[in-house]
Ligand binder design. Structure first.
Ligand SMILES: Cc1cc2nc3c(=O)[nH]c(=O)nc-3n(C[C@H](O)[C@H](O)[C@H](O)COP(=O)(O)O)c2cc1C
Length: 413
């Protein structure tokens, strides 16, 4: 059943009617598409990244590829796309049209430059057009120009701080988000640099540089452009755990607003992003896969969740999980054992094989009745068996003093 309730709150002084934003990508690269997305119910759009004329955009096709399984063909989506081919003047015109048509939605734009003058000129044009927020791509997987040529800007802490200062200086009171990459040695250093630069927040994060695959007959990389290929930016479900870690690590150490992005595919994913510190969540692969109307599921699912948890606003979720994220050495050491539910077990033997060849040889197998049995003396409770069980018949029983805690498999979508 579809659920509605008030999901609105303020983000950097901007009214959002829900935490769900369309990120800078193909779904926001055409005016009519951005309009359709907003009309469907998304809380805001970040128009696809634009730059100054000098930065030519030489697109190559095909630009998309993916990897996955038959059941989840699009587990990871790869692209060798670049920024928008639309000029800043056109983007500014669209900002005005969108703002007029959807005055209560967040209309944002994304920019990328090389010289100080480029960045600041792009900012002042967008400001004049009345943009609500400016996002800066410091993380195009195909590399940047200017301060960190050949690398992503956000891979240099010094360049990140310097350019972020330029942008914020020109933006003045207009909120600025810097979109970073998770592919750095220390994400905290990057976030600290942004805090020093005085920007309003960080978008964590962009697509992840990847090689999507190689055809083992022809040795052509994927996607193949007449036999050759380039590294892709990978997006979608496959990168969600990287994004969660990136958001959490920033939120635990730096006092800066975070817009979560990278791998969210459901309202539950968005709640996870927010629970580790994001104040809203951007989506790209989900609408590219299943269309703009996915916003209905996101809104309805979140409404139901907030009611169930007794939360008054999406903001109540932000950071809720952080107190539970600790160093491995700080975790308690309960006595843990695997526990197999015989009624659920289908006798496939997956847990037995995984434990025999990759665990602790603690599961015995009766080939006649095809039932696994846990040897409690040998089982240290590593939980590998739980990961391979196809029907979630295994849970971990943890005992600490007189307390018993069950850890169940929650990974299935
Ligand atoms: C084809 C394609 C083009 C993209 N172009 C841009 C872009 O111009 N600027 C930008 O900041 N991010 C761009 N992105 C990245 C998305 O905005 C987003 O950060 C990324 O897809 C991760 O989110 P997701 O897992 O929800 O898709 C692009 C993504 C895709 C798939």
């Amino acid at each position: 059943m579809y659920r509605e309730r008030d999901l609105s709150y303020d983000f950097l002084g901007i009214h959002l009617d829900s935490p769900f934003i369309l990120s800078a990508a193909p779904p926001t690269d055409e005016l009519d598409m951005a309009m359709d997305g907003l009309a469907a119910g998304w809380a805001g759009v970040i128009l696809k990244t634009t730059s100054v004329e000098a930065n030519a955009v030489g697109l190559k096709y095909p630009m998309m590829s993916s990897f996955g399984t038959a059941g989840h063909k699009l587990w990871g989506l790869g692209n060798i796309d670049l920024i928008s081919q639309y000029h800043i003047d056109e983007v500014c015109q669209r900002v005005k049209v969108l703002k007029q048509a959807f005055p209560s939605k967040m209309i944002a734009a994304s920019i990328m430059g090389s010289q100080k003058e480029d960045w600041q000129a792009l900012v002042s044009q967008l400001k004049k057009a009345g943009v609500d927020l400016i996002e800066c791509s410091f993380s195009c997987p195909q590399g940047s120009m200017g301060e960190a040529p050949g690398r992503m800007l956000a891979q240099s802490v010094e360049a990140t701080e310097k350019v972020a200062r330029w942008v914020k200086e020109a933006a003045e009171t207009t909120p600025v988000l810097i979109k970073i990459t998770p592919q750095v040695t220390d994400i905290v250093e990057v976030a600290r640099a942004l805090k020093r630069a005085g920007v309003d927040g960080v978008t964590a994060s962009n697509s992840v540089p990847a090689l999507m695959g190689v055809d083992i007959e022809t040795f052509e990389p994927r996607p193949s452009v007449f036999g050759d290929g380039a590294y892709s930016g990978m997006t979608g479900m496959a990168i969600k755990p990287l994004t969660l870690r990136t958001i959490a690590e920033i939120a635990r150490t730096v006092d800066i607003t975070i817009s979560g992005n990278g791998g969210a595919y459901s309202w539950g994913d968005a709640v996870e992003f927010m629970a580790v510190g994001a104040s809203n969540v951007q989506f790209c692969t989900l609408p590219m896969h299943a269309g703009f109307m996915t916003i209905r599921d996101l809104r309805s699912g979140l409404a139901d969740y907030l009611d169930r948890k007794g939360f008054s606003s999406p903001l109540d979720i932000v950071g809720k999980a952080l107190c539970h994220i600790k160093g491995q050495e700080e975790l308690p050491a309960p006595r843990t054992r695997s526990s197999i539910d015989p009624d659920r077990c289908i006798g496939c033997g997956s847990c037995y094989r995984a434990c025999r060849d990759g665990g602790h040889r603690a599961i015995e197998w009766n080939a006649v009745d095809r039932k696994p049995r846990v040897d409690e003396e040998k089982c240290p409770g590593c939980a590998q068996c739980m990961q391979v069980c196809p029907v979630n018949a295994i849970r971990m029983k943890q005992e600490l003093g007189t307390d018993t805690h069950y850890f169940e498999f929650k990974g299935a979508r």
